[in-house]
Ligand binder design. Structure first.
Ligand SMILES: NC(=O)c1ccc[n+]([C@@H]2O[C@H](COP(=O)([O-])OP(=O)(O)OC[C@H]3O[C@@H](n4cnc5c(N)ncnc54)[C@H](O)[C@@H]3O)[C@@H](O)[C@H]2O)c1
Length: 323
């Protein structure tokens, strides 16, 4: 099996798990032209998963990413049978964030997948070096971390574990361009990968500001949306930092860093939502109050927004040339 064929959009990729991300990743691969073998690891998920994928493909039609759903649906097979993975160049595990459950899924994948195929996890936070110990061949195991909605965001983070063959990760990195992504490759396993390390530094400061009563969440959100939000897609962090010179920023770092939050506990405001089993738009329990109808509108608007912002960024080629 030649995994460099992953760059060819008519090859076969398996996705295990049909939850929020699994169905969104399947949609992304389908609209890129791939044949997808979806495995429903729990009973009766095949039907609900298929309905969700149909809904997502309909959103893709509405936003002009594809012309019709049928062509893409015909390339999808959903079953509870891991044997369907036998011709897949890549199996993407996208099940609940619990090590024991992921371990069991790798065991099932291992019984059917080609020995030279790649197995990857969409985990957000479990170290790849831990998960790869449960894979049939750790050298062919890596993290492939997507962002929601996976079919329209450009983000994709590929992470090697201690035993991953970096050359294999580079092949996947190349192929990810055919999935419509701007991938990053982390050659060494660090906790939280790149994106969660950055984002959780911001969450920590934001949550501490809210919990201490120094700012309201609405104001923190406004500040982030209308300041950072106005330039981040164009410049990223370091292009912005270097753009105006670093002299003043060095002074600010010296003065401000000692004042920033150092908390290492889960803030109370988060604990309360966790206790209420908050699942955001899925059960309308989150940091803001909203109705089921609001959620539907948000989901659609957000998908349109991501699509628009990707197109907007693509209009500025100097931005890309400097990467
Ligand atoms: N939600 C996000 O925005 C996001 C972003 C990046 C990465 N991830 C990661 O993706 C993975 C899936 O997250 P999600 O948000 O799609 O979760 P989800 O709760 O929507 O779906 C989880 C899926 O896990 C499977 N599952 C549940 N119980 C199982 C069991 N006992 N045995 C086998 N499979 C079982 C099912 O297919 C279920 O649909 C997690 O590792 C998560 O950390 C999520």
């Amino acid at each position: 099996m030649d995994i460099s064929l992953l760059s060819q959009t008519d090859s076969e990729i398996g996705v295990i798990g049909l939850g929020l991300m699994g169905s969104s990743i399947i949609t992304s691969l389908l609209i890129s032209g791939y044949h997808v073998k979806a495995i429903a690891p729990i009973r009766n998920e095949a039907e609900s998963g298929k309905s969700r994928i149909k809904e997502l493909l309909a959103i893709c039609v509405q936003s002009g990413l594809i012309e019709n759903e049928e062509t893409y649906l015909s390339k999808l097979t959903i079953s509870e049978n891991y044997a369907d993975l036998s011709n897949c160049l890549l199996a993407l595990e996208c099940v609940i964030e619990q090590i024991e459950i992921k371990k069991n899924v790798y065991h099932q994948i291992a019984q059917h997948i080609h020995p030279e195929a790649v197995i990857a996890s969409n985990t957000s936070a479990i170290p790849i070096s831990v998960l790869q110990e449960f894979a049939p061949n750790p050298a062919r195991f890596m993290g492939i971390h997507w962002a929601e909605p996976a079919y329209s965001t450009r983000f994709l983070e590929i992470t090697c574990g201690d035993k991953t063959d970096v050359a294999k990760a580079e092949v996947v990195y190349q192929a990810a361009h055919a999935w419509g992504k701007e991938p990053t490759l982390l050659r060494k396993d660090i906790r939280g990968f790149i994106t969660n390390r950055l984002m959780y530094a911001v969450y920590r400061e934001g949550l501490d500001l809210i919990e201490s009563g120094e700012a309201k969440k609405e104001d923190a959100d406004k500040a982030f949306k209308y300041d950072v939000g106005s330039w981040i897609t164009y410049k990223g962090i370091f292009k912005r930092m270097g753009y105006e010179g670093l002299k003043n920023k060095a002074v600010i770092i010296q003065n401000l860093l000692p004042d920033l939050s150092q908390i290492v506990h889960v803030p109370k405001i988060m604990e309360e939502i966790v206790e209420q089993k908050g699942r955001g738009i899925y059960n309308q329990i989150g940091l803001y109050k909203y109705t089921a109808d609001d959620c539907k509108v948000w989901e659609k608007e957000f998908a349109d927004f991501i699509d628009d912002i990707s197109r907007l960024a693509a209009k500025f080629p100097v931005n890309k040339r400097l990467e």
